[in-house]
Unconditional design. Structure first.
Length: 366
């Protein structure tokens, strides 16, 4: 948004509480010059042509097709669950049509209106695949029993009846040659944009600005008046090795008794490079504390009620726009974040041109 507003003639001050730009997609060179995704891996994928063109203005995007493996009960499989996974798991040689009928026969048809994640999984794929790939991983990722999660988290059948194992379906998939941080720095490189790092501003300290775009936590803006909204955070156990550690960028560990959710090996996110050393992260998920980095909004019933109270407070404000993952308490992919930021900037400019008050949200958080 800062770039768009600056190009439209406005002076923009950007304050970032961290010592770097780019937020959770920050990258940096580490052991053996490996490009490390410091806060966990980020894959850029989109179907938005304008978003793809926009990010290519500020850095070189290298084609990258993301593939994920999973370990379950001592065996390695391909994810998302596809025809190879099915045939490996069940020891079969099914064709696509046979596999579709086979999985349909496994589904628990007694569950006619799934209300929870577990019921949805059993209804979609049956007990064997659900138990192997979804139950344990979900318990670790969310820290709750799958019966406490809504069915909407598993919105559609998580199975492909062909051998396609590309994790994403979008036509544009890439990772920046030099990492994400230089791209964000280039976006902010404008004579009308001033960037202050390691600086946090409170609501009171921002009162002197004509307009505030708040991309921090919505609850933090109000001093957590209604309590802190719940997030999951991630802990990373970093290791450095010689050679190749696991042969793929991401290995999920689906068994509940394995404490970490996955291992990521960062040099595999840049297959156009060659390195003798390798950096890995063992990734652990837990409830976010006050001093942790928030990753995934929980958005269960209690959190949504709490969010509604904050949204009501926002409606009473003037000259403040809440944007982004934290400002709207929603999980957003990078391309959606860019798409919404461009739209929010356009909405602000149109409102000012028309002499009307801008909306406090470009997208309804509820």
């Amino acid at each position: 948004m800062a770039r768009e507003l600056a190009e439209a003639g406005h002076r923009v001050d950007v304050f970032d509480s961290r010592a770097h730009v780019a937020g959770n997609c920050h990258t940096e060179r580490q052991d053996g010059d490996v490009m490390v995704h410091v806060y966990g891996p980020h894959i850029f994928h989109t179907a938005h042509e304008h978003v793809w063109q926009y990010i290519n203005r500020f850095g070189e995007m290298m084609p990258y097709n993301h593939r994920v493996k999973a370990t379950s009960k001592g065996r390695v499989y391909s994810l998302p669950v596809n025809l190879l996974t099915i045939n490996q798991f069940f020891g079969t040689t099914l064709t696509p049509n046979e596999a579709e009928a086979f999985i349909a026969s496994k589904a628990d048809t007694s569950i006619t209106s799934p209300a929870t994640f577990r019921e949805q999984g059993l209804r979609f794929v049956g007990p064997e695949l659900y138990g192997a790939f979804f139950d344990g991983y979900t318990r670790k990722q969310w820290g709750v029993d799958p019966d406490e999660l809504p069915a909407s988290i598993l919105a559609r059948l998580p199975v492909r009846f062909n051998y396609e194992d590309s994790y994403f379906n979008h036509p544009y998939q890439a990772i920046p040659r030099h990492g994400y941080t230089p791209i964000v720095a280039n976006i902010l490189d404008h004579p009308s944009v001033s960037v202050s790092l390691g600086v946090s501003k409170s609501r009171a300290e921002l009162a002197g600005f004509d307009h505030v775009v708040w991309s921090g936590p919505i609850d933090a803006y109000f001093g957590f008046e209604h309590g802190r909204l719940g997030y999951r955070t991630l802990d990373f156990e970093r290791s450095v090795h010689d050679g190749d550690f696991q042969g793929c960028p991401v290995m999920n560990y689906c068994d509940a008794e394995v404490p970490f959710t996955r291992i990521t090996e960062h040099k595999h996110f840049a297959p156009w490079e060659s390195h003798d050393r390798t950096v890995t992260y063992h990734e652990y998920s837990r409830l976010c504390g006050p001093d942790d980095v928030p990753y995934y909004p929980i958005r269960l019933v209690a959190e949504k009620d709490q969010l509604r109270r904050y949204v009501d407070m926002v409606s009473a404000l003037a000259n403040v726009t809440f944007v982004g993952r934290l400002g709207t308490y929603r999980y957003l992919d990078m391309d959606v974040t860019i798409h919404e930021a461009l739209g929010a900037a356009r909405a602000l400019l149109d409102s000012w041109d028309a002499g009307r008050a801008p909306a406090p949200f470009s997208v309804d958080p509820l």
